[in-house]
Write a protein that binds this ligand. Structure first.
Ligand SMILES: Cc1cc2nc3c(=O)[nH]c(=O)nc-3n(C[C@H](O)[C@H](O)[C@H](O)COP(=O)(O)OP(=O)(O)OC[C@H]3O[C@@H](n4cnc5c(N)ncnc54)[C@H](O)[C@@H]3O)c2cc1C
Ligand code: SF4
Length: 565
């Protein structure tokens, strides 16, 4: 095929949460857009093989066999890697990487990426996050503030559909929400206890990307109201939660401007020395290994944080011997993540006249960050948010045999309330937390393996201790009993919120991207997935990737019209 046939206006690498948004925005603005995805196609509704299965239809009733666990020591640690959804996860042997230090890298290589698997928790970041590095003296200053993103948050929330309450908290800006999923009796009780006994601490309904009450724009996407099935990781037959597959990609396809190519592994970005910018990408066919080049005026890298680092590091030329846009030498460094390694559980004997009323796909309650908000009050930097949920499990009498046993099993006695919380800590990006290319080892497609060297530090340990102490105190105040504080001691990675490596900043000497997510040193390449993040906040990151992506596409298209790219 000639170059002409391989030429588009825009190329987007990756079709997950951020790539889906880039595709939607470019195609809506009339640009012929090529989305390159290394994994297979997953068509909404059609390719969700387990979505309507009953538990008894699974060979292992939804559980993992010992053999699968043994074969997948990394991915099987993820709570969602179970019989009903494991086909959406990368298996350990399929895509190896080198762990200089233990790192559980959880991936989803398919059209839609991890948007099919995510837990859909969606909170805006605030200026406490964007001003954080400057105020608390770490990393580099973010080149943007909340005001730069506020309208874009609204824009993506309206299309994706985010449920939540307007809670009026400075650390968690309100958005344009659909109705929140209500808290149950014990979650509500804990909320009241905390607000009475702790100034500045709050328990709110978790905000999540579910259509609690769809608007016309959601029906126009072919999506419907969430049915509270809580089987989201199988793919939702109602389009009840936001995924690229249910939302942005079909929307982009409807414009007639989208070309989506699954099984297309992007090996590198091609830099044209004469033009002084990128001209296209080099792609290896996942099945045939055939190499093809595609060309475009603008390239968005949305392969998910760590893979985006890999692609940029592997895009070498005489102008950029250490990776595209890496004049600063910081590409691949200052990788950061969240710290989800602690949790607390307990029981509550009260409120037994209530049960959990149906299922709540939002995860229950959310405790926004309350540590070091207005002033430094602890011996660690930054803070943590936390989840909080309560449920009543059935207590089954398994004694007897035959008819007696059957009757006992049918009689559903609910036990006391079980309550739980998990920590969502901010980590501090450091130069010593890095990813780089292995010099010798390559994957099946001839691409260098990634070496990952990432670890928690003393700040994380102190923060975790504080979380366990504070939440134990809050649980005690609420009269919860049998409190068990658990330091899971897990390696980084399982929070699945890896960020950084190509951070945004003011100064090209210390950062890779400018305030528009554009490579300082190669203006027609943009990075709008987690790789761009200068710091990590405590909030879940994906809503911010969506907002940054829509904003960057808008800027890129305006720049193209002015002939600047
Ligand atoms: C179980 C689970 C729960 C989560 N819960 C939450 C949550 O509650 N809230 C939240 O904000 N986030 C959550 N996340 C994280 C969230 O899924 C990610 O932040 C988000 O998907 C990142 O979007 P992305 O576009 O950067 O990457 P992805 O969605 O991972 O998409 C990247 C895509 O790029 C493709 N790709 C990679 N390399 C190449 C290449 N070389 N060539 C071509 N294509 C390539 C991949 O196959 C993939 O399809 C969760 C994740 C998991 C797995
Ligand atoms: S809880 Fe809602 S979004 Fe999840 S699978 Fe059920 S209907 Fe779909």
């Amino acid at each position: 095929m000639s170059n002409k046939q391989h030429t588009y206006d825009a190329i987007v690498i990756g079709s997950g949460i951020s790539g889906g948004w880039a595709a939607k925005e470019f195609t809506e603005k009339g640009l012929k857009t090529l989305v390159l995805e290394r994994g297979r196609d997953v068509k909404h509704l059609i390719d969700y093989p387990t979505t309507n299965k009953y538990p008894y239809e699974f060979e292992h009733r939804g559980e993992l066999t010992l053999a699968i666990r043994k074969e997948n020591p990394v991915v099987s640690k993820c709570y969602a890697f179970r019989e009903d959804a494991m086909h959406f996860f990368v298996k350990d042997k399929e895509h190896p990487y080198v762990q200089e230090k233990p790192f559980d890298w959880i991936r989803g290589y398919q059209v839609g990426g991890k948007s099919l698997l995510w837990a859909r928790q969606t909170q805006r970041w605030s200026d406490l996050d964007f001003e954080g590095p400057l105020r608390d003296d770490f990393a580099v200053d973010w080149p943007i503030r909340y005001k730069d993103l506020a309208a874009w948050y609204t824009y993506v929330e309206q299309f994706a559909g985010i449920s939540g309450n307007k809670d009026g908290l400075p650390q968690l800006p309100d958005g344009d929400f659909l109705p929140a999923f209500p808290l149950n009796a014990v979650e509500d009780y804990f909320k009241k206890t905390v607000s009475e006994k702790y100034e500045g601490r709050h328990v709110i309904s978790a905000r999540c990307a579910h259509l609690s009450q769809p608007r016309q724009v959601h029906f126009d996407q072919g999506r419907g109201k969430c049915q509270n099935r809580n089987l989201c990781q199988r793919g939702c037959p109602f389009g009840g939660y936001f995924s690229s597959n249910a939302s942005t990609l079909p929307w982009a396809a409807k414009t007639g401007n989208l070309t989506l190519k699954p099984f297309s592994v992007v090996e590198s970005i091609i830099y044209d020395e004469k033009l002084g910018k990128a001209s296209g990408v080099r792609v290896v066919d996942a099945n045939t290994k055939e190499v093809t080049e595609y060309f475009a005026k603008v390239i968005f890298v949305n392969a998910a944080a760590i893979n985006t680092n890999l692609i940029l590091l592997n895009s070498t030329s005489s102008r950029f011997p250490d990776g595209l846009g890496n004049d600063s030498g910081v590409l691949g460094k200052y990788v950061a993540f969240h710290n989800y390694s602690a949790r607390i559980s307990a029981e509550y004997e009260g409120l037994k006249e209530f049960t959990t009323d149906g299922r709540n796909p939002s995860d229950g309650g959310y405790i926004p960050r309350f540590r070091n908000l207005l002033k430094q009050e602890t011996d660690f930097k930054r803070g943590y948010a936390a989840g909080f949920s309560a449920y009543r499990a059935p207590e089954r009498d398994m004694s007897g045999i035959g008819t007696d046993l059957k009757e006992q099993l049918l009689h559903k006695n609910l036990g006391p309330w079980q309550v739980g919380s998990h920590m969502m800590g901010e980590t501090i990006p450091k130069e010593s937390n890095y990813v780089k290319l292995d010099k010798d080892k390559k994957d099946e497609w001839g691409i260098p393996l990634l070496r990952i060297s990432i670890d928690y530090d003393e700040n994380d340990a102190k923060m975790k201790k504080d979380y366990l102490e504070q939440l134990t105190g809050m649980f005690t105040e609420a009269g919860f009993k049998n409190i068990k504080a658990n330091d899971a001691g897990q390696a980084p990675g399982l929070d699945i919120h890896e960020m950084g490596g190509a951070r945004m900043g003011h100064d090209p000497k210390t950062s890779v991207l400018n305030k528009w997510n554009q490579l300082h040193d190669c203006k027609n390449v943009f990075v709008t997935d987690g790789a761009c993040m200068t710091s990590t906040s405590t909030q879940n990151p994906s809503l911010t990737y969506m907002a940054l992506t829509a904003r960057a596409v808008d800027y890129a298209v305006r720049s193209m019209k002015k002939g600047e790219l």
